[in-house]
Design a protein around this ligand. Structure first.
Ligand code: PAF
Length: 282
């Protein structure tokens, strides 16, 4: 059976209050829909930890810096509900934009530092939009735990900072990146790649993996990253927005791989912006 779809905050709160009255702990998986196996991994992680699980589906206009990107973002609510049915999700929360940002809405949450480099530098306002909507979703659902994928590693770190700073009583659980057999990180955006683009796309993860191996073997950081950028471009990507080594704890840029780190990248292929990252063990 498809999970019930809740559209209004009041309805959501009443349902959650009923669960809480029977002592249930609540997990939430925030999504923008167009669900794929990566999202389902988050749902399974939530089901393993929480008594009741809500999946939110809201394509958040405030986190799109480009109207064309927002317009092209895939929307498939009916299929998403069917996809969630076998996982026994307890509810889908799918508010519309007027419910989330009613007339007169005037608050923006901005997380400085972590939200500023990498995707933040290339997508002005993106992380303010993410921080604002995630804070709202956590407060609206009142969830005890929220599950986020490590593919959006900067987003995960930003959300951890947000809940600490605003004393939002939710545990933020990071889940490993789900990949296709050829290594491509699963993303709703992959659906927009042409057949040729889909064949080229795994080159991003191949380049990251080679860079990680080189760094672990002691290769210098700057040269290694330069080689990885060149590999991505020569595979057929039209641009590399960034491909950098950052601290896995603070996201500060690193010029030596001497602590837990992450190589993170964003690159364009077929007019689609893809992101990925890989851990660099010490
Ligand atoms: O990662 C996403 O899908 C979105 O950024 C999120 C966390 C659902 C907020 O809109």
């Amino acid at each position: 059976m498809n999970p019930p779809i809740l559209r209004e905050v009041a309805e959501l709160r009443a349902v959650v209050a009923g669960w809480r009255a029977s002592g249930a702990c609540v997990g939430v998986v925030p999504t923008m829909g167009a669900l794929h196996e990566g999202h389902l991994g988050l749902v399974r992680a939530a089901k393993a930890r929480a008594d009741r699980v809500i999946v939110t589906i809201f394509v958040n206009p405030r986190q799109f810096d480009n109207p064309d990107d927002l317009a092209k973002y895939p929307r498939s609510e009916v299929r998403d509900a069917q996809t969630l049915a076998p996982l026994a999700v307890d509810a889908i929360y799918a508010p519309d934009t007027a419910q989330m940002y009613p007339e007169g809405f005037a608050t923006t949450i901005s997380v400085s530092g972590i939200g500023e480099g990498l995707c933040g530098a290339h997508r002005p306002g993106h992380f303010d939009g993410v921080a604002t909507v995630v804070a709202k979703l956590l407060l609206q659902t009142g969830a005890d735990m929220a599950f986020f994928g490590e593919k959006d590693f900067q987003q995960l770190m930003l959300v951890r900072r947000l809940v600490r700073d605003l004393d939002i009583p939710a545990e933020i659980v990071g889940c490993p990146i789900a990949r296709a057999e050829d290594g491509l990180a699963l993303s709703s955006r992959n659906a927009r790649l042409s057949r040729a683009g889909r064949a080229t796309a795994p080159a991003l993860y191949r380049a990251l993996s080679k860079a990680v191996a080189a760094l672990c073997a002691g290769a210098p950081v700057a040269g290694t990253l330069e080689i990885a950028r060149a590999e991505v471009l020569s595979a057929g990507f039209s641009a590399v927005e960034y491909l950098e080594l950052r601290s896995a704890q603070t996201l500060a840029p690193l010029d030596r791989a001497d602590r837990p780190a992450r190589v993170l990248a964003a690159a364009h292929l077929d007019g689609v912006r893809l992101i990925d990252n890989a851990p660099v063990p010490v």
